[in-house]
Design a protein around this ligand. Structure first.
Ligand code: C2E
Ligand code: MG
Ligand code: MG
Ligand code: MG
Length: 265
């Protein structure tokens, strides 16, 4: 009986594996089609000054307009995009669109784009980006890039070169999801970074069961940023109570559903 059960289970397992493999292959083929159809577009979410709610910029967030499934967020396809390498093509389509929109965007402040660590492995990233900016006639000082700590640690000397090059060209850098990586504390002061974005997990913790821990972590991040002389942006601000706590703790900027959801241009 045990044997029969075991065989049953392994057959079911094989079937599940096969179904998953098929799903991923379909998704990859879909993604290729999406690239050919230019089916990717940016949504924009405001970033505000907490003290008075003034909009200081927008983050551009990738969406896939799928012919069957509608508007898909990155979580639905970024894994396959990374594994297949297709995300690079998707990103460049996205960056070109965002930068092209910058001159038409009737909004104050900067626009930030998300740059995955793999772009930092290619030497021509900065040149390609600046070519898009030049061709669109966009103002580089209105463009910011968001990277995570992983991008810094992967190859620190190269990352430092890239960030310095970007800064020379007027493009400032925000450190995304701060606090979730294996923090590059000892490296941080060496990189030209304009602001830390406090990961939303800490912000959501404020006022929840994890309040004490989250508060301590947010405090520590704010103290670190202040020591380094860089700004802080809280991600995922959903409630007035969270806003009030962050403001009181000395966090300058915020982003989240309280202020606005990501939306098309
Ligand atoms: P991220 O850069 O940390 O972006 C913030 C995410 O939090 C976005 O999810 C945003 O929609 C969501 N968010 C904003 N406010 C709130 C809130 O108040 N509550 C909650 N629960 N969520 C909030 P989204 O748009 O699904 O993007 C997920 C991730 O995908 C991004 O995280 C970023 O890492 C990545 N991504 C976005 N756009 C691009 C892109 O163009 N290229 C690449 N390579 N990755 C991208
Ligand atoms: Mg981001
Ligand atoms: Mg983030
Ligand atoms: Mg994130």
């Amino acid at each position: 009986r045990a044997k029969a059960c075991g065989r049953d289970r392994s057959e079911r397992f094989d079937e599940a594996m096969r179904a998953e493999a098929t799903r991923l292959l379909d998704l990859e083929a879909d993604l290729r089609r999406g690239i050919l159809q230019d089916a990717f577009e940016p949504y924009f979410q405001p970033i505000v000054r907490l003290s008075d709610g003034a909009v200081i910029g927008h983050e551009a967030l990738l969406r896939w307009r799928h012919e069957l499934h509608g508007i898909l967020p990155p979580a639905d396809f970024i894994g396959v995009g990374e594994d297949s390498g297709l995300i690079e093509q998707v990103d460049w389509l996205m960056y070109r669109k965002v930068i092209g929109m910058m001159t038409k965007l009737d909004a104050p402040g900067y626009v930030s784009i998300n740059v995955s660590p793999r772009h930092f492995r290619s030497d021509d990233f900065v040149d390609r980006l600046m070519l898009l900016v030049d061709c669109a006639g966009a103002d580089p000082s209105r463009l910011r890039i968001e990277i995570t700590e992983v991008a810094l640690l992967d190859d620190a000397p190269r990352a430092l070169r890239m960030l310095s090059l970007l800064r020379e060209r007027g493009v400032l850098v925000l450190l995304d999801d701060f606090g979730t990586g294996f923090s590059a504390l000892s490296y941080l002061h060496r990189f030209p970074i304009r602001a830390l974005k406090i990961d939303q997990s800490f912000v959501h913790g404020l006022g929840s069961d994890l309040h004490a821990e989250s508060l301590a972590l947010v405090r520590a991040i704010l103290a670190l940023a202040s020591t380094l002389g860089i700004d802080t942006i809280a991600e995922g601000v959903e409630t007035q109570a969270q806003r009030d706590m962050l403001d009181e703790l000395g966090c300058q900027y915020g982003q989240g559903y309280l202020y606005g959801r990501p939306a098309p241009i």
